[in-house]
Design a protein around this ligand. Structure first.
Ligand SMILES: [Zn+2]
Length: 123
């Protein structure tokens, strides 16, 4: 099986679509990852275990950016509670708001690294 183009897979991820067919939705609602693609029956659950490292690293990246902003912002001591509250809120919004796209990119990269065909043994 040939490896799909990464640009095509990232395009599917940006639209939160199945990396295999590009048509089926990855999520029910905003956060809930579907178990399988409704169009091609690709197993998303099988990819989820391979995405933890990407999710962990991108979460760390978001928190790191918040720490850098706080470092360069240099709020006064009396503004520290306010600044910390703003950064914690911004980090929460960024982490939760970007989660579906980060997960979609992680699943797309997993598919790019190891394109799986439908598992006939479990049917
Ligand atoms: Zn699909």
């Amino acid at each position: 099986m040939s490896r799909p183009a990464i640009s095509k897979l990232l395009s599917h991820a940006a639209r939160r679509r199945c990396p295999c067919c590009g048509r089926g939705r990855l999520f029910d609602g905003f956060f809930s990852l579907k178990h399988r693609c409704e169009t091609c029956d690709y197993d998303f659950d099988a990819s989820e275990g391979s995405t933890w490292f990407f999710m962990y690293m991108t979460s760390g990246g978001v928190i790191g950016v918040c720490f850098l902003i706080l470092f360069f912002w240099r709020p006064a001591r009396e503004e520290m509670v306010f600044a910390s509250s703003v950064m914690i809120g911004a980090a929460a919004v960024l982490l939760l708001g970007s989660l579906p796209w980060r997960k979609a990119v992680a699943i797309a990269l997993d598919y790019w690294i190891e394109p799986r065909v439908r598992d006939k043994a479990n049917e």
